[in-house]
Design a protein around this ligand. Structure first.
Ligand code: HEM
Length: 454
């Protein structure tokens, strides 16, 4: 480490991703751009302004980059800002009216029901299964092998979510799940002109027909899982997990609180919200570590000393937090206003699409020093207090903050610790690493890595 460690911090830093090109395209063209890659469509303007307001024939639109404005929308007056209808149309065919998409009383009862699975005690109990799955996955790794780290991390986190939330009972194997999920993301998972115009999602466009195959597959498989579990509950042999909780929670009259559709929607919601985001976090973190060997060494040394205990990995946590800043797996949080309001200097009249973007805010020129540079020390105990709570939002904020935040951070630390204590990952030379936003932020061409035993 010696020589490099002594260099001024700036020399260790360099841009972590290309800055999207100039020229904010508007209206239909912008919708097309956003559908192609929602993080590349913004001009420098969007990284410098605190509010961008646009009123056109389709909708009133407000981009909020000001942390105080974000606080207003997500925390102070959330009842005026419901989940965006456009996002619901995009995710609806898969996630239905589950916890991620629901609003009002339906959201409240789902959130209350799922909350116990995410208590500190429960999360701590998941540490063992998380470590076991990570170890088992790493058994497959071989010296000198080349693989796509993004794909590997998907496998790992998918197995963890199935193990912890569904007691390993989901019979869909990773390959089948991934095939159908990618079809879904590449078809319905884009914000396209038709969804923007409000064409109902059942209207049979060619794209939607392809997505239909994926959706039918999930319906069949998860339907079978729910039937099997209902039988186990009746016989008193059901495991104590999220699925059992969803099926057995009672309403005030003593009947089942959730119908079959709501249970299905939540199995889908947790299967997907609960693995893809953490997989991307790990993939982006491994990519960053491959670019900064001295930081990689420091994380590895800490992980070996911590022997898998996430509480003893404060530096790795800083690295993951900085990775979540540069590559937020959920790059956009969108809402629709329901009534008039004022957000900062902007008067909201009726229905307005309000966009809050962790991607833009966390690289904002006025909110961060050297925003495109990788610097885990931003999150050191001495410096982290200077970060405005609403300038750093990888998990959102307010009542709809990610329910899986503690789960995801623990999982990322355990998996990263297991990986770096044994392996060094090198980016295959010339491999392009490009952030692509389709609901989540993924590396467009994967992250091709070569393995070296440490
Ligand atoms: C690094 C990993 C993760 C990131 C970056 C992330 C990010 C987010 C964000 C930004 C939201 C708020 C969306 C909004 O306000 O519109 C959210 C909500 C949600 N997340 Fe996560 N998430 C992650 C991991 C997880 C995990 C592991 C689970 C479950 C095991 C999960 C389940 C959910 C659910 C169910 C919601 C909806 C909560 C509600 O509306 O009450 N997420 N997530």
């Amino acid at each position: 480490m010696g020589e490099r460690h002594d260099m001024p911090v700036e020399s260790r830093l360099r841009p972590a991703a290309p800055i999207p090109r100039e020229g904010l395209l508007n209206r239909l063209q912008a919708v097309r751009e956003i559908g192609r890659n929602a993080v590349a469509a913004w001009s420098e303007h969007a990284y410098r302004e605190l509010y961008v307001y646009d009123r056109n024939w389709m909708q009133d639109f407000l981009l909020v980059n000001d942390p105080e404005g974000v606080k207003h929308v997500l925390l102070d007056n959330p009842q005026n800002y419901v989940k965006s209808r456009q996002l619901q149309r995009t995710t609806g065919p898969a996630l239905g009216n589950g916890l991620f998409n629901a609003d009002g009383e339906s959201w409240r009862s789902q959130r209350r029901t799922a909350a116990p699975m995410f208590s500190m005690r429960h999360i701590a109990e998941f540490a063992g299964p998380m470590a076991k799955v990570a170890q088992a996955e790493l058994e497959r790794w071989r010296e000198g092998a080349e693989f796509d780290a993004a794909e590997e991390m998907m496998r790992l986190t998918y197995r963890i979510i199935v193990e912890t939330m569904f007691s390993g009972d989901v019979r869909i194997d990773y390959a089948a799940m991934a095939r159908h999920f990618v079809t879904y993301l590449d078809t319905l998972g884009r914000i396209d002109i038709l969804t923007t115009l409000g064409l109902p999602y059942w209207a049979p466009t060619p794209k939607r027909l392809r997505a239909g195959v994926a959706i039918r597959f999930f319906r069949r498989e998860i339907g079978a899982l729910i039937d099997k579990r209902a039988g186990e509950i009746a016989r008193g042999t059901a495991p104590n997990d999220l699925l059992t909780l969803l099926l057995t929670t009672k309403d005030p009259e003593g009947g089942a609180l959730f119908g079959r559709d709501e249970v299905y929607d939540n199995v889908m919601t947790f299967m997907f919200a609960g693995h893809e985001t953490t997989a991307n976090t790990l993939a982006w973190t491994l990519y960053l570590l491959s670019q900064f060997p001295e930081i990689d060494e420091r994380v590895a040394a800490e992980a070996r000393a911590a022997e898998g205990d996430p509480a003893r990995m404060p530096y790795a946590r800083q690295v993951i937090e900085e990775s979540l800043r540069l590559y937020p797996p959920a790059p956009f949080v969108s809402r629709d206003s329901v009534g008039p309001d004022r957000v900062g200097p902007v008067e909201i009249r009726g229905k307005t699409s309000v966009l809050i973007s962790p991607w833009l805010i966390q690289r904002h020129r006025k909110l961060w020093d050297d925003p495109d540079y990788f610097d885990p020390d931003r999150f050191s105990p001495e410096r982290r207090d200077k970060i405005h709570r609403f300038a750093y939002l990888p998990f959102g904020a307010g009542p709809r903050i990610c329910i899986g935040m503690g789960f995801a951070m623990q999982e990322a630390l355990i998996a990263l610790g297991a990986i770096v204590s044994r392996w060094r990952l090198h980016l295959v030379p010339g491999h392009p690493v490009v952030p692509l936003a389709r609901l989540t932020l993924r590396p467009e061409f994967g992250i091709k890595m070569k393995l070296e035993r440490r």
